[in-house]
Design a protein around this ligand. Structure first.
Ligand SMILES: NC(=O)c1ccc[n+]([C@@H]2O[C@H](COP(=O)([O-])OP(=O)(O)OC[C@H]3O[C@@H](n4cnc5c(N)ncnc54)[C@H](OP(=O)(O)O)[C@@H]3O)[C@@H](O)[C@H]2O)c1
Length: 263
């Protein structure tokens, strides 16, 4: 039979289901599987789209059921079968359940992309401590939870690839960036350390650090300045990374717009 059902879960309960017509039933468990956090729009959405177009099983997350549903409907409209679950990356239990959802649904987990992220840019004495916490919990704790829960599943499968979406703000500090820089510098350290911990188990860990990408991030616009990187440029780097020969880990990738305006 050509086709398969998809389901959206929240708090362990099925909230929405549907039928996608292009997946051949029975292939689900043999296809490679990727989980992309924050795949409802922007860079994560482009990464999920890329994996799905390449024939992978893909699951995404977002904070709300609404945003996940909307994204899944758009994938479905484009003939791409993607699963989804609402899961807040700041919450340990949500991330644990998200990893369980994807690995149980697909029977394996080959790739985790820790993409979900937010920015809040304010001079340090004016930044509300609550906002500092929210940025660090999303951009740093979220990826920690993801790696912590996904690595044992990958280890059981004999290996995997974890890609963290950092930023050039992982290596360059700027005024007004205290929360974002702290979270993304921290993510670089987390990524390198996890890479050293996990490579003996066949799990490769890398960080992709883009410059300005045209998305709705922090008030930006997805169809904004044409000189900026596109979400698809970042998805290309992730797709290339996971195809890299198994012997090697390109563990830090920086991507810059090739023609930014002169300053
Ligand atoms: N855009 C840039 O210039 C740029 C440059 C370098 C790096 N990055 C990094 O790239 C990543 C993606 O950014 P983007 O530009 O695609 O931003 P975006 O368009 O604002 O998308 C952010 C994504 O993250 C999800 N998200 C946010 N908080 C979440 C949480 N607590 N739990 C689960 N999902 C959450 C959002 O989903 P919901 O809203 O549905 O929850 C959305 O899918 C971020 O880590 C960002 O730091 C962006």
């Amino acid at each position: 039979m050509l086709g398969a059902h998809y389901r959206v879960w929240q708090n362990g309960k099925e909230r929405k289901s549907g039928f996608r017509s292009f997946v051949v039933s029975g292939e689900m468990e043999n296809k490679r599987a990727a989980l992309v956090t924050g795949g409802t729009r922007g860079i994560g959405n482009a990464i999920a789209r890329r994996f799905a177009a390449d024939g992978w099983n893909v699951a995404i997350s977002g904070r709300t059921l609404e945003s996940v549903r909307t994204a899944l409907a758009a994938f479905q409209k484009d003939g791409l079968g993607v699963e989804g679950k609402s899961a807040d990356s700041r919450k340990e239990d949500d991330v644990r359940e998200l990893v369980e959802f994807a690995s149980e649904r697909f029977g394996r987990l080959d790739v985790l992309v820790n993409n979900a992220g937010i920015g809040d840019f304010e001079e340090i004495t004016r930044l509300d401590p609550k906002d500092f916490r929210e940025v660090v919990e999303t951009n740093l704790f979220g990826p920690f939870y993801g790696i912590h829960f996904a690595a044992p599943v990958m280890k059981k499968n004999g290996g995997g690839f974890i890609v963290n979406i950092g930023s050039l703000a992982s290596v360059n500090a700027f005024a007004g960036g205290c929360a974002y820089n702290a979270s993304k510098f921290g993510l670089l350290g987390l990524s390198d350390s996890a890479m050293l911990d996990l490579r003996p188990d066949g799990i490769r860990v890398a960080i992709v650090m883009p410059g300005s990408v045209a998305t709705g991030f922090a008030g930006g616009q997805a169809d904004g300045d044409s000189w900026k990187l596109s979400a698809e440029d970042v998805a290309q780097a992730v797709a290339d990374l996971v195809r890299y020969p198994e012997r090697a880990i390109p563990s830090r990738i920086e991507i810059r717009p090739s023609r930014p305006p002169r300053k």
